[in-house]
Design a binder for this molecule. Structure first.
Ligand SMILES: *Cc1c(COP(=O)(O)O)cnc(C)c1O
Length: 476
C-alpha cells in the first residue's frame, strides 16, 4: 500500500469510526448472533491474491458488525465499562503508526520516559503517596490487565518472602495468601500460576457490606502460622467486582505490615474515582500497600488495554523480573541510569501505551475527568433512588460509586427472566451477579457517552419488563 493510498483509506476509516459513534445507539447493544454464525460467514481459506480495503470494509459492515456487542454504546451497563474516547483512539493510532516496541529504554527512550512521567502525573492526580512515584523509591508501569498485575504482584511477593530464592530453586515453601470471598478471580488465577497453589489460598469472610473482616484475617493468619505456614500476600479490594465493596484498607495494611506480607490493593474499576478528592477516604491506609492496581481501560476513557500498576519499592520488582541475555545488553542498561520496563513485568515486548493515556489526561484535564466521574456517580445515585422508591425492586447495597446492585422482590428466577427479556430487546445491556447466594442485577453506569436520559430510559424499560412478566405469569 502506498502512502497516498494509506492517506486516503485512513481518512475514510476515521470517518467510518466517527459514523459508528454517531449511530451506535441504532445497533442492539448485545450482539444477537448465535454461536458459529460469524465464522460460517467467513471464507474457509485466505485469499491467494491481495484484496482491496473496499472489500474488507464491506465485510466489516455486513459480517463483522453483526457480531459486535457495543461496549461504546451509552446504553451499555454490563460488567464494568471498557471505555474509549476520541483522544484515546487518536493516541492509540499514533502508537500503531509509530510501531514502537519499548522493551528497553534504548529501544525508544520516549516510550519509557513518557510512561514514567504520565504515571507520576496520575499518582499525583489520585493523591497516591509519594513512594509510588518514580522520583521516590517506587514507580508505575503500564500492564495489559489487572490480572497480569496481580500475577506480577504475587510473584514479586513470593520472591521477597523467600529471599529471592524461589526464582532459582522453585516455589518449595509453605507460602499462604489471603483474599476475601469477594476478591476478583484474577487473584486466584495468579496464585495458581505463581506456583503457590489454591490449597494455600485463604478466602476470608466478609461483613454484610461485603467488606473483608480484618479480625477473621488476623485469626486465620495465626492459625496458619501455628501450622507452620508462611503468610506472604494479602489483597484488599478498592471496589469489588460483584458489589463495589471497599475492604478496610488501613486495618488490613496494618496486619500485612505486622506479618511481613506483601499488601496488594486491587482498584481495577473504582481506582478511577480517586481522581476526585472526596472519594480518597476510601483508600485511607494506601501508604501501607506494596502495590496498587487500577484500569484506565475501564472507567478512565482510555482504550483497552491500559492497566496501571504501581509499586512502593521498584527494586523488589526488578530483582524479581530482571534477566539480561547477551542479545539485549546495551550501554544505557549497563549504566543503570534508566528504567527498562521489561524488568517490571512478565513479558518482554511492549506497546507505546502511555500515548493514549497522555492524550486522555491532556484532553480532559483533571477537571474534565472529575466532571465525568462525578456525573456517572450522580446518575448511579439517581438510579438507586428510583429503586428505593419502587415497591417491586429493592437495593441490595447502597452504591459507593457508580455500580447499582438491586433485585426484584419475586426471587432469582424472576430476576433472571427480567434481565434476559430486557437484554433481548437490544435497547440496553446489563448483567447479574450473586451476593449471599441470591441473584442480583447490576447496573454499571460509567460509559463515556451515557447521559441521564439513557439511564432514565433504562429504568423505565426494566420496570415495564417486570410488570409485563408479572402479568404474563398470572395468565398462565
Ligand atoms: C475487572 C476487574 C479485574 C480484572 O481486570 P482485567 O484488567 O480484565 O484483568 C480485577 N479486579 C477487579 C476488582 C475488577 O473489577
Amino acid at each position: 500500500m502506498s502512502t497516498e493510498q494509506f492517506r486516503k483509506e485512513g481518512k475514510r476509516i476515521i470517518d467510518w469510526i466517527a459514523d459508528y459513534y454517531e449511530n451506535v445507539e441504532n445497533f442492539p447493544v448485545l450482539s444477537q448472533v448465535t454461536p458459529g454464525e460469524i465464522i460460517s460467514s467467513l471464507p474457509e481459506n485466505p485469499p491467494q491474491k491481495g484484496e482491496s480495503i473496499d472489500a474488507m470494509m464491506r465485510d466489516i459492515d455486513n459480517k463483522i458488525m453483526r457480531g459486535i456487542t457495543h461496549w461504546q454504546s451509552p446504553n451499555f451497563y454490563a460488567f464494568f465499562p471498557s471505555n474509549t474516547s476520541f483522544p484515546s483512539i487518536l493516541g492509540d493510532l499514533i502508537s500503531s503508526g509509530l510501531g514502537v516496541q519499548g522493551m528497553l529504554w534504548a529501544t525508544s527512550p520516549a516510550a519509557t520516559e513518557l510512561e514514567t512521567r504520565v504515571l507520576d502525573w496520575l499518582a499525583g492526580m489520585m493523591g497516591m503517596p509519594e513512594k509510588f512515584k518514580s522520583t521516590s523509591t517506587g514507580g508505575g508501569v503500564i500492564q495489559d490487565t489487572a490480572s497480569t498485575s496481580a500475577l506480577t504482584a504475587v510473584i514479586a511477593a513470593r520472591e521477597r518472602a523467600t529471599n529471592f530464592q524461589s526464582n532459582k530453586i522453585g516455589a518449595r515453601h509453605k507460602l499462604v495468601a489471603y483474599i476475601s470471598s469477594q476478591t476478583h478471580s484474577s487473584l486466584e488465577k495468579a496464585i495458581k500460576m505463581a506456583g503457590i497453589g489454591t490449597d494455600n489460598l485463604r478466602l476470608i469472610g466478609v461483613n454484610d457490606k461485603f467488606e473483608m473482616r480484618p479480625e477473621l484475617l488476623d485469626k486465620q493468619i495465626q492459625l496458619d502460622k501455628a501450622d507452620g505456614y508462611i503468610p506472604f500476600f494479602i489483597c484488599a479490594a478498592l471496589g469489588t467486582t460483584s458489589s463495589n465493596a471497599v475492604d478496610p484498607i488501613r486495618k488490613i495494611g496494618e496486619i500485612a505490615g505486622r506479618e511481613n506480607c506483601w499488601f496488594h490493593i486491587d482498584g481495577a474499576m473504582s481506582g478511577t474515582a480517586m481522581i476526585c478528592p472526596e472519594y480518597r477516604h476510601y483508600m485511607d491506609g494506601v501508604e501501607l500497600a506494596d502495590s496498587f492496581v487500577f484500569n484506565p481501560h475501564k472507567w478512565m476513557f482510555t482504550n483497552f488495554d491500559c492497566d496501571v500498576f504501581w509499586v512502593g519499592n521498584r527494586n523488589e520488582l526488578i530483582n524479581t523480573f530482571s534477566i539480561l541475555p547477551e542479545y539485549l545488553k546495551n550501554k544505557t542498561t549497563e549504566s543503570g541510569t534508566v528504567f527498562d520496563y521489561r524488568d517490571w513485568h512478565v513479558q518482554l515486548g511492549r506497546r507505546f501505551r502511555s500515548l493514549k493515556l497522555w492524550f486522555v489526561i491532556r484532553h480532559y484535564g483533571i477537571e474534565g475527568l472529575q466532571f465525568h466521574i462525578r456525573k456517572h456517580i450522580e446518575m448511579a445515585h439517581d438510579f438507586a433512588g428510583w429503586i428505593k422508591q419502587s415497591t417491586d425492586f429493592e437495593l441490595v447495597v447502597d452504591p459507593l460509586f457508580n455500580l447499582v446492585c438491586f433485585c426484584h422482590k419475586n426471587g432469582d428466577d424472576f430476576n433472571m427472566k427480567i434481565m434476559n427479556k430486557v437484554n433481548e430487546t437490544g435497547k440496553i445491556y446489563f448483567t447479574h451477579t450473586k451476593l449471599n447466594n441470591k441473584i442480583v442485577l447490576r447496573m454499571s453506569i460509567g460509559q463515556t457517552h451515557t447521559e441521564p436520559v439513557h439511564v432514565k430510559a433504562a429504568w423505565d424499560l426494566i420496570k415495564q419488563s417486570a410488570v409485563q412478566l408479572e402479568s404474563e405469569e398470572k395468565l398462565f
